[in-house]
Design a protein around this ligand. Structure first.
Ligand code: PRP
Ligand code: URA
Length: 209
């Protein structure tokens, strides 16, 4: 079964609460998503393997550490996942960025794919799939399946708010994926929105609606 990490850091809890507020406008919303993504990136990269290398300091030689293997890749799910990209790149600026375009059909709640562009060597990289909202889990399950179909193996999923239903669906479909959640909420409503959630993440990020 996949490992689920619920972030309990006070800074994350504080910032997610601001994110939820109806009176938080798009500018502050974007800033908060970026900051929370940075903090989550710090936690989600904790297990990355390191290798030793020799370096010169002004005084002598030292054995340094660097991330082993290929750099990682981040894969935002369009559109709302875009809001998390800069926070990740702030800490891992050399990461390659793939994109998966999905939207949730408002009637059926099923994910509909409209775009997919991934780094060619994706199978050699540690992947971090980004989407602020894990609601029914349909979009996350489909996105992870796309990248698995391209050969990806080491996959992590990062979201800001999850519903228990979506978390279970993602775990059941992809038990090998580690899931990082800033806040686990109560439930979904009849329209597939997370309660209490924050509303429509894409609309709040980009000021649509
Ligand atoms: C939102 C969100 C997720 C999805 C979650 O995207 O960003 O991708 O819904 O719902 P699910 O877990 O039930 O699949 P949306 O479809 O609203 O598209 P957008 O990002 O373009 O606004
Ligand atoms: N997508 C969102 O943006 N918000 C929700 O609560 C559910 C799906």
């Amino acid at each position: 079964m996949s490992k689920v990490f619920i972030m309990d850091h006070p800074l994350i809890q504080h910032k997610v609460s601001r994110l939820r507020c109806t009176d938080t406008g798009s500018k502050e919303f974007r800033e908060l998503v970026r900051e929370i993504s940075q903090l989550m990136c710090y936690e989600a990269t904790r297990e990355l393997p390191l290798e030793d290398y020799e370096l010169e300091t002004p005084i002598g030689t030292a054995v340094g550490k660097r991330i082993a293997g290929k750099n990682l890749s981040i894969v935002p799910i369009l559109r709302a996942g875009l809001g998390m990209v800069d926070g990740m790149l702030d800490l891992v600026p050399t990461a390659k960025v793939g994109h998966i375009g999905l939207y949730r059909d408002p009637e059926t709640l099923q994910p509909v794919e409209y775009y997919c562009k991934l780094p060619q060597d994706i199978q050699e990289r540690d992947l971090f799939v980004l989407d602020p909202m894990l609601a029914t889990g349909g979009s996350a399950v489909a996105a992870v399946q796309f990248i698995k179909d391209k050969g990806a193996k080491n996959i992590n999923f990062l979201c800001l708010i999850a519903a228990p239903e979506g978390l279970k669906t993602l775990q059941d479909a992809h038990p090998d994926v580690n899931i990082y959640v800033a806040c686990l909420d109560e439930k979904l409503n009849d329209h597939g929105y997370i309660v209490p959630g924050l509303g429509d993440a894409g609309d709040r990020l980009f000021g649509t609606k």
